[in-house]
Design a binder for this molecule. Structure first.
Ligand code: PLP
Length: 395
């Protein structure tokens, strides 16, 4: 084969990581990543995961193929987390859930299925959104446009703009919504605003696709899933992708899922059969290990309680870093009011710093964030926060 097209663009975040790794500055800090680190700057291995893996090692099993839709206990656990184990949608059997290769895999299986279902639909993503949303839906064959989201002047969400865009969208348009902990801005809409979004989706006949990559990182597991309950209550059918990469610190195991809420069990069975075709023709069936770990933890009351405790500790540590950041920036001499950082939620902060300031932070101080001003608050710790604040004060 002769391939003459030019190189594809580098992933901006991974490119930043390469630059960080090559930087000889001993004080360097990587806030460009989308990963939670503990107070020692280490990627945690959760005790609940270790315990589940220990039990699995004690009783090793042969590795046959999984069913196309994954481990049944895993899919059931996902349904429980997303909709509530005793909820009407789960009890009536009208949720079709498949294990997927990370949250990305859940989005991609959903995108491919939607392309068959409604090939001419447009996809709307937030402006800005997680980098991969546009590429993923574009490569699935959709025309991708944006709805307004971030209002830099207001340091918050341009909700009027967002709602107006939804109300102007054609029937069948697929709207990708961050269920909680918006990446990259850190700004979520309020419960009352979700009500208005749900009403617009219903009135305009749009298809909601909720991306839930940070359940438990915002206010709590149930609280972060509240938007899902609103869509259910409105009687809508919709899509939810789940990622356990962050909430279980299982990034490399690629554990995620796609759930589709249908009108009834018969429709859910038909949808499941179609999702299985998408999976079968892509990668046949998912890998075992990560799904087995998550299913073991969620299915065991003690391990589940341990997971909830560990997830709560990650959530609280991020909040502490937000508070410290605001305090220490002030102490370092930053005149601007930075208290908006504590009104953001999840792993990220849109810091409001310009591209020039972000480049100076990187080149002069070895503090790495994206050019958009996004910083990963979950990569701050008690050892690096003073240096980061002093560096920000200097730019
Ligand atoms: N969706 C959003 C909003 C994300 O931020 C991420 C990961 O950063 C994902 C999906 C993908 O998650 P995973 O790594 O499980 O594929």
């Amino acid at each position: 084969m002769v391939y003459r097209r030019r190189n594809g663009p580098r992933d901006p975040i991974l490119g930043l990581n390469e630059q960080f790794n090559a930087d000889p500055n001993p004080a360097k800090v990587n806030l460009g990543v989308g990963v939670y680190f503990d107070d020692n700057g280490k990627l945690p291995l959760l005790a609940c995961v270790r315990a589940a893996e220990h039990a699995m090692m004690e009783a090793p099993t042969a590795r046959g193929y999984l069913p196309i839709d994954g481990i049944a206990a895993y899919d059931a656990a996902v349904k429980g987390l997303v909709f509530g184990a005793d909820s009407e949608p789960v009890k009536s059997g009208r949720v079709a859930t498949v294990q997927a290769i990370g949250g990305t895999g859940g989005l991609k299986v959903g995108a491919d299925f939607l392309k068959h279902l409604n090939p001419n639909a447009k996809v709307l993503i937030s402006d800005p959104s997680w980098e991969n949303h546009r590429a993923l839906f574009t490569n699935a064959g959709f025309l991708v446009e944006t709805y307004p989201y971030y209002d830099a002047a207001k340091r918050g969400v341009n909700f009027e703009g967002m709602l107006a865009a939804l109300n102007a969208a054609a029937a069948g348009t697929i709207v990708v919504l961050h269920a909680c902990c918006h990446n990259p801005t850190g700004y979520d809409i309020t419960a009352a605003q979700w009500d208005q979004v749900v009403a617009a989706v219903k009135a305009r006949g749009l298809t909601a696709f909720l991306d839930m990559a940070y359940q438990g990182f915002g206010h709590g597991i149930r609280e972060d899933g509240a938007a899902i309950g609103k869509f259910v209550a409105a009687g809508l059918s919709f899509f939810v992708s789940t990622s356990f990469s962050k909430s279980f610190s299982l990034y490399g195991e690629r554990v995620g899922a796609l759930s589709v809420l249908c009108e009834n069990k018969e429709e859910a069975d038909r949808v499941l059969s179609q999702l299985k075709i998408v999976i079968r023709t892509n990668y046949s069936n998912p890998p075992i290990h990560g799904g087995a770990v998550v299913a073991a933890v969620l299915g065991n009351p003690e391990l589940r309680a341990l997971w909830e405790k560990e997830l709560g500790e990650m959530r609280v540590r991020i909040k502490q870093m937000r508070n410290l950041l605001v305090e220490k920036l002030k102490a370092a001499g930053v005149k601007q009011d930075m208290s908006f950082i504590t009104s953001q939620i999840g792993m990220f902060s849109y810091s409001g710093l310009s591209k020039d300031q972000m480049v100076r932070l990187r080149n002069e101080f070895g503090v790495y964030g994206t050019d958009t001003g996004r910083m990963c608050v979950a990569a701050l710790n008690s050892k690096n926060i003073d240096y980061v604040c002093a560096s920000i004060a200097k730019v």
